[in-house]
Design a protein around this ligand. Sequence first.
Ligand code: 6PG
Length: 248
Amino acid sequence: MTQSPEIRIFDGLEPLSWAAATRLEEQARVKAIEKKPLSVALSGGSTPKLLFQLLASPTFQGHVRWSNLHLFQVDERCVPPDDPQSNFRIIREALLESVPLPKENFHRMAAERPDREQAAREYAEELARVLRPAPEEWPRLDLVFLGMGPDGHTASLFPGSQALEERTAWVTPNFAAKLDSFRLTLTLPVLNAAAHVIFLVAGADKAETLRQVLEGPEGHFPAQLIQPANGKLSWFLDESAAHLLKKK
Ligand code: 6PG
């Protein structure tokens, strides 16, 4: 039985991002004490950019043992890594260029590759190499940051899209009809195998969908399908995104 999600509402993107950075820093400290690596998957889009910048800031940078961190991507647009649309580019500019993360500890999704299926398979191999799940097990990420679109999509799992049905692959290409473009994305089983998933959602344009996702009938939106089987689910919201929620 999945536990009810942690829902935290902040009066703006800054305190929301600060809380997210603090959560990563706390988990990194625990893992460092346990002498275990911390594996984190980052989403793209605009909302997590401030989180990346905070992690690169003096306040947080000195408190994270970067050599103990492995950073993965939740999803990527099928564009070159220096394209303005590239999620990797946002992460590189807002975080990687400013922190001492060993180069081999950032696991980029090579979504620009023409053979998308092959790129997906290779990213699954990278997850297997670093996370080393037991046979027949899903790879277990320690922490996953997700966003949500006004249509209720998360990662690159869009309403009505094929990847939502994926139950065996760990990573898959997915065609986003409304964007008329392909993406590479972690699949639902991998996201739901994580130890902790944190949604970062800000902006009034998402309020109605968020109300339905958190308080409406089940199974209407891809974001509702994120239910970690044996993990924690958190929603970090700003007030404008949360203003229609009954239970506040
Ligand atoms: C992407 C994301 C996507 C994102 C949502 C929200 O590649 O776009 O991973 O799932 O999280 O679209 O995007 P914003 O944060 O820009 O609102």
